[in-house]
Design a protein around this ligand. Structure first.
Ligand SMILES: Cc1cc2nc3c(=O)[nH]c(=O)nc-3n(C[C@H](O)[C@H](O)[C@H](O)COP(=O)(O)OP(=O)(O)OC[C@H]3O[C@@H](n4cnc5c(N)ncnc54)[C@H](O)[C@@H]3O)c2cc1C
Length: 492
């Protein structure tokens, strides 16, 4: 079978001439990114069912199994992890892998502190490169940077702030060829970096095995059996069993980490499709869609001969994030491509297949419905736009002398992926049924590996960790809706 290669890309799914994955009902299925070994059959019952083997489901299953064993409150095999494909078949397997704490939403700083503790717990098997994260803004973001620097420090996540000439000196000390003229404010996060997305899936899958998790891959959840509940969840019911393509499994607790498929699970669990949103200033958005799908724009570039992405002292460079809201980007033909710079970049040899960079720009909203299958690189609908390669290369050339004229080195291959965003683009971590906890990260949570640990702490310890509290669904009615941000991007 031939897959249409509409863009004439020289590398499209997903690496060179790798065979096409299986189909279900005529639709190609995005496969797991690690080999599947010792997969378990679906048992008839379990104390805990975790749905989705992405970053959140796998982190939850691993931490839950470990906490049950260590506390003596249960066994690792009390946890059943179900995925219709296997580890990394959703956004986690495609993500750029950037781990940062650059958020204007203050409560996320503690989520990231908890997450980086997990990344640091086994950097080798999680593929975590703690190279730091350097973000740059223009003068109009100075106050935001001052606030987030202080909030990061308060939450145990040290960062340094530089302004004006200090910012310029800092940047050229890292990269002597950096063009600093538009760079008014710079934040340097020390505990951040990037992670190999396939490596962390492999590492978490190994850890799930080691702690006895029953890993059920190739089984699709088709619904949830609900009884009337105590009203402790968003939807009001209580899950008695999970229905799957391999039969029904009764259970006491469910955790869902379903990425772009979250809206379907949310609805099955009784969550609403629309809601009224109260903002802190009192205004109300009535009947707002619960979920909005966005598509991501990312790409990869090879290093030109003799060029590297290292610091002046030869180290793997920090991840770079630049938003210049008042600086347009022009193409070779003199036409403006976008009226702003928004670019992020990390060294990505393990993804590019050779020394190279991976990065992207601001995602684009699709609407309140999207074709989720086939997912990721398999989708004809949601790949980066034609303008993206030139834009991405130009932004790097605007910033580094060494990256001028990078366009011929752009790697033409599919890089798409979509996500389901919440109404304020900030995660929801909450019970939808009484006993069904949903981790809906609003498609920026690869970095949030610690949410699975906090969820496990809650399930085993019986108390919800304070870090999770601000991210309840109730914020939309209570008027503590997030979304106050000075950025063109929804992810801050
Ligand atoms: C191109 C791209 C780049 C990104 N870059 C970054 C980044 O640099 N940093 C960052 O922090 N975030 C990034 N993100 C966002 C991040 O990847 C996601 O937020 C995160 O990976 C979501 O993890 P998850 O576990 O919730 O879902 P997923 O990784 O999507 O996993 C969900 C799993 O659930 C399974 N599933 C769904 N429905 C069912 C069902 N009915 N039955 C059984 N299994 C089911 C799927 O097969 C899938 O494996 C990026 C996203 C994309 C698309």
């Amino acid at each position: 079978m031939n897959f249409p290669n509409l863009g004439g890309q020289n590398q499209w799914y997903p690496f060179m001439d790798r065979p096409l994955p299986e189909q279900v009902d005529g639709v190609l299925q995005n496969p797991a990114v690690v080999p599947l070994h010792n997969v378990d059959p679906l048992p008839p019952s379990a104390r805990y069912v975790v749905v989705g083997a992405g970053i959140h489901g796998m982190s939850t299953a691993y931490h839950l199994a470990m906490a049950l064993e260590k506390s003596g409150k249960g066994k690792g095999s009390d946890v059943v992890l179900i995925d219709k494909q296997g580890p990394g078949a959703g956004a986690t397997g495609l993500a750029c892998g950037c781990v940062r704490n650059l958020y204007m939403t203050g409560p996320l700083h503690s989520i990231l502190r908890a997450s980086v503790e997990v990344w640091e717990s086994d950097p080798v098997n999680f593929g975590f490169q703690q190279v730091g994260y350097v973000s740059i803004g223009e003068e109009n973001q100075t106050q935001d940077y001052i606030a987030l620097n202080q909030s990061q420090i308060d939450s145990g996540y040290p960062s340094d702030l530089y302004m004006g000439d200090d910012a310029h000196r800092f940047l050229t000390s890292l990269w002597p060829d950096f063009k600093t003229d538009k760079c008014d404010v710079v934040l340097h996060e020390h505990r951040s970096g990037y992670a190999g997305t396939h490596m962390v899936m492999w590492g978490l899958d190994q850890k799930c095995q080691q702690w006895g998790v029953q890993r059920v891959y190739g089984v699709e959840v088709t619904g949830y059996e609900l009884s009337s509940g105590s009203g402790g969840g968003v939807g009001g019911g209580s899950v008695t069993a999970v229905e799957t393509s391999a039969g029904t499994i009764s259970c006491e607790q469910v955790v869902v980490g379903a990425g772009a498929w979250t809206p379907r699970h949310w609805e099955w669990l009784g969550g609403p499709n629309t809601l009224d949103i109260v903002y802190p200033d009192g205004h109300v958005a009535v009947d707002h869609a619960m979920w909005t799908y966005w598509r991501l724009l990312e790409g990869e570039v090879w290093m030109p001969p003799g060029v590297d992405y290292r610091t002046a002292d030869g180290k793997d460079a920090p991840v770079l994030h630049v938003e210049l809201m008042n600086t347009p980007v022009y193409g070779d033909d003199g036409e403006m491509i976008q009226d702003h710079v928004y670019t992020y970049t990390r060294y990505a040899a393990e993804r590019v297949g050779a020394p190279g960079l991976q990065g992207g720009t601001i995602p684009i909203p699709i609407g309140d419905s999207a074709q989720v299958e086939p997912y990721g690189h398999l989708s004809d609908l949601y790949q980066a736009d034609d303008w993206f390669p030139e834009y991405y290369c130009k932004t790097l050339g605007m910033l580094f002398k060494r990256f001028e004229n990078l366009e011929p080195y752009f790697k033409q291959r599919r890089n798409g992926g979509i996500g389901a965003f919440t109404p304020d683009n900030v995660p929801i971590f909450d019970h939808v049924a009484d006993n069904a906890f949903v981790i809906a990260d609003s498609n920026h949570g690869f970095k949030m590996i610690g949410v699975g640990k906090l969820t496990a702490d809650m399930l085993v310890g019986g108390t919800k960790p304070w870090e999770l509290e601000p991210f309840t669904f109730g914020r939309f009615a209570a008027g503590t809706t997030f979304g106050d941000r000075n950025s063109n991007c929804p992810w801050v």
